[in-house]
Design a protein around this ligand. Structure first.
Ligand SMILES: NC(=O)c1ccc[n+]([C@@H]2O[C@H](COP(=O)([O-])OP(=O)(O)OC[C@H]3O[C@@H](n4cnc5c(N)ncnc54)[C@H](O)[C@@H]3O)[C@@H](O)[C@H]2O)c1
Length: 433
């Protein structure tokens, strides 16, 4: 099939590259010329395992990029909206980019003969596709949804760091369609994908709610585990020992029970806040979801407090921060727990030496007044203490490097420091254990 994908960020570029790999003709549409040029020259606009290879393989063949909505819509049968849905100043969803993309698609559809389907893949709060996207498409195209063009909502569940694998091997595909014809159209695109379950067909607001419920539940599991971890720490209990056994209960499962510095990324914090905002807007006070966010916001400050308990005033102390990305396997720092931790350290007068295998460049855009190191050992050299914020595998191998921290404090927010050999040499503190 011929597909256009609006937005070439994490979701858009993975969607485009994977659809090309499945044999479809794909055109990426973006307003960022740098991203367009990267894709056209066979490079990934973001760092994601396996993506560079796919884009290199298909660019110039069945994958190209443009800023021109008109030509892309004319040259495709179906358009995915994969633009960002950030939080506004109050934490509610900001739909301005989705609305702008819908308007541009609508104009292009107005100038096209023949049927076209628009699929919302961005994470949007329930009722967005029917109350905003569809009316905007109708108004800007002068055509009628359901008759002249189709509309669907197809949420994306990929995990950054494993995004290509997840797209190709989904545990579920959800298609919330305005009408059966639009849904069938979207379903065909996934014909060659081995989905572990049947494709779920529903309406758009249910599809939207499935995505929010999914992310909110996982975020709840993490904040719950962090709260239990905080209690365990005060009682001298190893929360990992507790959660290992709790996770043996098949009703609970062992996943997302690791206590630590909290969740970040472009999805969980923003999506829980957006659902909270939507909920309040319709007159329901979401007590549990509010608490999920509060627990999460507290975790990085708990790490800094533990540090102060150990070394006192942080003024002019040099603190190594290992890990800036919100999790391993990505250069994405959005809502990373390292951001509030670093801000807190700077506020308290500490000097920061930071290291991340992928995310130094992105973090420089937020903090340009700290030192960035090319290797973990450079960050640890002469540091008074260290905070570990991301669960990169390479941090598990840093035996000799942590040896430089003899008699110094290491606060581990992810349970990755190889304490087995180092217990006697460093003052190791787990955030929740
Ligand atoms: N990142 C994830 O892991 C993930 C997973 C599932 C769902 N989502 C959801 O998918 C959506 C996209 O997320 P992302 O992380 O890929 O976003 P992103 O910010 O990385 O990328 C968005 C892209 O859209 C482009 N863009 C902005 N305005 C545009 C316009 N008017 N026309 C064309 N392009 C435009 C930007 O230049 C950028 O390249 C969000 O709603 C997000 O919540 C993200």
């Amino acid at each position: 099939m011929k597909v256009s994908v609006v937005g070439s960020g994490y979701v858009g570029s993975v969607t485009a590259a994977c659809l090309a790999e499945l044999g479809h003709q794909v055109i990426c549409i973006d307003i960022d010329e740098e991203r367009i040029n990267k894709i056209n020259s066979g490079k990934s606009p973001i760092w994601e395992k396996g993506l560079d290879e796919l884009i290199q393989k298909h660019a110039g063949n069945n994958l190209k990029a443009t800023s021109d909505y008109e030509s892309a819509v004319l040259d495709s049968d179906i358009s995915f909206i994969c633009v960002g849905t950030p939080s506004d100043d109050y934490g509610n969803i900001n739909l301005s980019i989705v609305k702008a993309a819908s308007k541009s698609l609508g104009h292009a559809i107005g100038n096209k003969d023949g049927y076209h389907v628009v699929v919302v893949k961005s994470t949007v709060v329930p009722e967005t596709t029917e109350n905003f996207v569809t009316p905007i498409l109708e108004e800007s195209s002068g055509k009628q949804a359901g008759r002249d063009f189709g509309v669907s909502m197809n949420p994306e569940f990929l995990r950054e760091g494993k995004a290509v694998y997840d797209f190709m091997n989904p545990d579920r595909i959800v298609i919330g369609a305005l009408d059966k014809h639009s849904g069938d159209f979207v379903s065909q695109l996934y014909d060659k994908v081995e989905c572990q379950n049947e494709i779920v067909r529903t309406n758009s607001r249910t599809a939207e709610m499935i995505k929010y419920t999914n992310n909110s539940f996982l975020a709840t599991k993490i904040s719950f585990s962090n709260e239990i971890g905080n209690i365990c720490k005060k009682l001298g209990i190893d929360t990992y020992e507790v959660m290992k056994v709790v996770g043996m209960d098949f009703r609970i499962s062992p996943y997302f029970l690791n206590s630590g510095a909290g969740f970040g990324g472009s999805c969980f914090p923003k999506d829980v806040r957006a659902l909270t905002g939507k909920s309040k807007q319709i007159g329901y006070e979401p007590i549990l979801l509010d608490a999920v966010i509060r627990v999460n916001e507290n975790q990085p400050h708990i790490m800094v407090n533990l540090l102060e308990e150990k070394i006192g005033n942080l003024e002019n102390k040099t603190i190594a921060v290992l890990g800036l990305a919100f999790k391993n396997g990505t250069d994405d720092i959005r809502e990373s727990r390292s951001i509030p931790a670093i801000a807190d350290l700077i506020y308290k007068g500490a000097e920061i030496k930071a290291y991340d295998p992928q995310a130094n460049g992105n973090m420089k855009k937020i903090f340009n007044n700290i030192t960035y190191c090319d290797r973990a050992e450079d960050a640890l050299h002469n540091a008074d203490a260290c905070l570990v914020m991301t669960d990169w595998d390479e941090f598990k191998e840093l035996d000799s490097e942590f040896g430089m921290m003899r008699n110094k404090i290491v606060i581990d927010g992810r349970r990755v420091v190889p304490v087995r050999n180092l217990e006697q040499e460093i003052d190791y503190v787990g955030i929740c254990w």
